[in-house]
Design a protein around this ligand. Structure first.
Ligand code: HEM
Length: 199
């Protein structure tokens, strides 16, 4: 049985799991916030996702829609910074070679999807930043004014469409990624997942 001989660096492993969890959180947040009504009473504290798990307190009152949209933007901007650092790390610390046991098409698919992932990871939040900049609201980072809104609805719509499509592309890549992990873990049993864990 072929086993993975080399692993990713500790930093790459931490970045991989941290960014994966944050991206999943961002999708949940996006679907939750876009379903919220435009008109609703303002409040200064919000029970996150109404789960009774964590209550967020604000300095000033906001509508639920405004609170969750601002949270999406704040976490998204932070995530973009983390993703750019990950890109830098990947460029300066090449990934370990793919398993020798993998067929040529498997190697091509793995490499291609990893590159597409990096592209989607940058373009998804970046299109969000541009969309929010063209909106009338701009971007506040956890309450701190960061970018003033330009109030250009036409351009906001263009980047909203790009943001939406990048979201679908990210979900498709995620599904392909999971299928790859399942195949390597349960069919090939070649220990590929260990390359991205501390075990
Ligand atoms: C990896 C990070 C991100 C992910 C996974 C993500 C995901 C999404 C998704 C899936 C939607 C569409 C929700 C729907 O219409 O059903 C959305 C909407 C939105 N995103 Fe993001 N996003 C990210 C980063 C950002 C950033 C950095 C910003 C801005 C700073 C942003 C601003 C917005 C806004 C304003 C909307 C709502 C658009 C509208 O309906 O008017 N996003 N996001």
């Amino acid at each position: 049985m072929a086993t993975a001989s080399t692993k990713y660096t500790k930093t790459a492993i931490i970045l991989h799991w941290l960014i994966a969890v944050a991206i999943i959180f961002m999708f949940i947040l996006a679907w939750f916030m876009t379903d919220l009504p435009k008109e609703a009473p303002k409040s200064a504290s919000f029970d996150l996702f109404n789960l009774g798990f964590y209550t967020w307190h604000l300095n000033e009152e906001a509508s639920p829609r405004s609170f969750y949209f601002n949270l999406h933007k704040s976490v998204g901007v932070t995530l973009l910074g983390l993703i750019l650092f990950r890109v830098f790390w990947r460029l300066t610390h090449p990934a370990p070679a793919l398993l020798k046991s993998m067929k040529v098409w498997e190697k091509k698919l793995a490499k291609g999807s990893h590159h597409a992932f990096y592209l989607a990871m940058v373009l998804l939040p970046l299109s969000g930043v541009i969309m929010a900049t063209y909106s009338k609201y701009g971007i506040k980072w956890f309450g701190i004014p960061m970018i003033e809104g330009l109030g250009n609805d036409e351009m906001r719509e263009v980047f909203k469409m790009i943001h939406d499509y990048m979201g679908y592309i990210m979900l498709a890549l995620f599904a392909l990624h999971l299928l790859g992990v399942i195949k390597h873990t349960f069919i090939n049993k070649d220990g590929v997942l260990k390359r991205m864990t501390f075990k």
